[in-house]
Write a protein that binds this ligand. Structure first.
Ligand code: MIC
Ligand code: SF4
Length: 641
């Protein structure tokens, strides 16, 4: 077996392990963060358990850290209290980005993790089977329910050779993205093997598994080996180590080989993580902003490299350089060894240990800016500035470019000599252990509004096409998130006025005026974030179904969990025959779903023609669609976690 199959087999609750068929697995650990956490905990409260049933559950506060009003602070108080009450550890604001802290302090090889954040697979760098999901699926896992998913195909990426100087793990994943594209990983786990694996430390592996989310993959996975033990030992967690690897003769569904020694520095150009070009071909591009940080590239090693490159030099006068350390551990160690001073003296702006500019929480670039970021997403408008172009690069490319004022190829410079520490500085005093807080009252501020519930599926569903969109629509299109909107993550009515606003500002008003309807889209609809808001807000606006050429995994699950129909064109050419404003009708849809008929006939009343869509639902998902979402199904007892 390959390693993915081994971990799944160890955790299998139901189903058979044939790719594509529905399985459920036991979940050892869960994580939430604060921009999806409020919803997840409201749902956990609705499910109604006293204490979580997992080995360990964690609530991180790292996203909504700009507090320009009471809202974020209220959400943090709610999360802290509701988490402690339910036996969940809390990582307080300032302790760091969930995925970075998780790798440092909590990830365990061979265990399973589900998190309400799409970059949860970061922990795959530690040999953990770590999957991103909507908050409801995480709530169910906290309540002891299994995580349901389609058994993935497993893709082997064999790494050979070793990285040349100043070429880094980020360039590896950018190369994989170039080859496989933002939809190349849908329904698959990307498993790394081969002699090149041993040349990468755990944080470098975590950069690769982190950005595997941008492939649309279910998750990405590295073996657990001597390098894993080395990292765990340095974190004083050698007891969590367990060696894990694929069998030498393991079979894979697909395979590719990557010779690390042949890699060059790469950049993902605006506005997609798979729009990858060699940095050497971008050397003339003038840079206005450089941001180093995010859950992809903010480890100790990353920032030590940045510090070594910046030391004794000056950031170019026309560049604004920001540095956000991934965790308080990283920040404290850099402060202790003088590297932080090198960064400050070069002219960088030091931000707190949080997601920050990656989620548009401040540092939106100027009009028409070129912004170089060590992050994982450069979707349109995500930075908060619609006219800005964001390039995703390695720490090395970012640091040299910040000095040069234009995109600079790091392979032309001598690499800094930086080593991982034998021992990390450990201070967990921003982590609250629930056993120390026996008597907690849940604090609910006025920003926390109830979430919308759907109604049971009717036998006839009809409405207008309210929006026709193209390929690769991201959750950042569907429900934008920036410093102005993130404070309202627990306020769906407020958010609804901004749904799809970067595509069509009239969409929310139209949806309301027409009493809901349908969205039509191209391939890979809903890629990106795990935010359920991208389903709950359309639900609030009356969206009954999305008809697309294909869907991203987490978003499709979120639609089904909310009782919204995810329909797929059988013949992609039918997409061309639909226009915005066309009236669609699904007659007998309740009967079709009840009978489990996968082919649904949609009548376009305006054009006077029919077309066929697939509605591939498992028996469990049929209950959700019929009841109008998981919580309704649970309430009417057609389903229980
Ligand atoms: C992101 O990177 O898009 C986020 C913000 O971390 C999201 C979660 C969210 O929207 O709150 C994600 O990746 O799931
Ligand atoms: Fe935070 Fe950005 Fe990572 Fe999302 S991708 S968890 S916003 S750092």
């Amino acid at each position: 077996m390959n390693l993915t199959q081994k971990i799944i087999k160890d955790h299998l609750l139901t189903g058979d392990m044939t790719p594509g068929s529905e399985i459920s697995i036991k979940i050892d650990q869960t994580l939430t963060q604060d921009s999806t956490g409020t919803m997840a905990y409201l749902q956990l409260e609705t499910i109604g358990i006293d204490k979580v049933k997992t080995y360990r559950s964690l609530a991180y506060i790292d996203h909504n850290t700009i507090q320009s009003g009471f809202e974020n602070a209220d959400d943090h108080a709610y999360i802290q209290s509701v988490a402690l009450k339910h036996g969940i550890y809390v990582s307080k604001p300032g302790n760091g980005i969930c995925h970075q802290v998780n790798i440092e302090r909590f990830a365990v090889p061979g265990q399973t993790l589900v998190g309400s954040d799409s970059h949860t697979p970061t922990a795959g760098g530690m040999g953990m089977l770590a999957i991103g999901a909507g908050g409801l699926d995480v709530a169910v896992a906290m309540a002891g329910g299994g995580l349901y998913l389609r058994m993935p195909k497993v893709v082997k990426v064999a790494l050979t050779g070793a990285l040349p100087p100043n070429v880094s793990a980020k360039d590896i994943i950018l190369e994989v993205l170039r080859v496989l594209s933002v939809k190349g990983g849908v329904g698959k786990v990307i498993e790394y093997t081969g002699p090149g694996v041993g040349t990468l430390s755990v944080p470098e592996r975590a950069t690769i598994t982190n950005m595997g989310a941008e492939l649309g993959a279910t998750t990405s996975l590295f073996p657990s080996d001597a390098r894993t033990l080395e990292f765990l030992t340095a974190q004083n967690r050698a007891g969590d180590y367990r060696p894990l690897a694929a069998d030498p003769d393991a079979a894979y569904d697909e395979a590719l080989t990557l010779d690390l020694s042949g890699l060059k520095p790469l950049a993902a150009c605006p506005h997609s993580p798979d729009n990858v070009m060699p940095v050497s071909e971008l050397a003339a591009v003038k840079v206005d902003q450089v941001c180093i940080g995010s859950c992809t590239n903010s480890s100790y090693l990353d920032l030590m490299r940045a510090a070594a490159i910046l030391k004794g030099r000056r950031v170019h006068p026309s560049v604004s350089l920001t540095v956000s350390p991934g965790s308080r551990q990283v920040m404290a160690m850099l402060a202790g060894n003088g590297a932080l001073q090198d960064i400050i003296n070069a002219g960088a702006r030091i931000l707190e240990c949080a997601c920050g500019p990656c989620i548009g929480m401040g540092q939106s670039p100027k009009t028409d800016a070129v912004s170089l970021r060590t992050f994982n997403r450069n979707f349109y408008a995500r930075s908060g500035t619609e006219s800005a172009g964001v390039y995703l690069v390695s720490v090395e490319t970012a640091a040299y470019s910040a000095l040069a004022g234009h995109i600079a190829d790091p392979s032309l410079f001598q690499a800094p000599d930086v080593a991982a520490p034998a021992v990390f500085e450990i201070n967990d005093n921003l982590i609250l252990d629930p056993k120390d807080y026996a008597d907690v009252t849940v604090v609910r501020g006025p920003n926390i509004k109830p979430f919308p519930l759907n109604t049971a599926l009717k036998n006839t569903v009809e409405g207008e096409v309210l929006l026709k969109a193209g390929d690769n629509i991201t959750t950042d299109h569907i429900m934008p998130s920036n410093a102005k909107l993130l404070p309202y993550r627990s306020n769906i009515p407020y958010l609804s006025a901004h749904c799809m606003e970067t595509l069509d500002a009239e969409f929310p008003a139209r949806a309301k005026a027409k009493n809901g309807g349908f969205i039509v889209a191209g391939d890979n609809y809903g890629q990106g974030s795990s935010r359920e808001h991208a389903a709950l807000v359309p639900l609030y606006l009356g969206i009954k179904g999305v008809i697309a050429k294909s869907f991203a995994r987490i978003h499709r699950d979120n639609l089904i969990n909310s009782g919204i129909l995810p329909l797929v064109f059988v013949d992609k050419a039918d997409f061309d025959g639909i226009a915005e404003g066309d009236e669609l009708i699904l007659s007998g849809i309740r009967a079709d779903v009840t009978a489990g008929r996968p082919e649904i006939t949609v009548r376009n009343r305006t054009k006077g023609r029919d077309f066929v869509c697939r509605l591939d639902l498992t028996e469990r998902q049929r209950k959700f669609i019929l009841a109008g979402g998981v919580l309704n199904a649970q309430r009417e007892r057609s389903y229980h976690v």
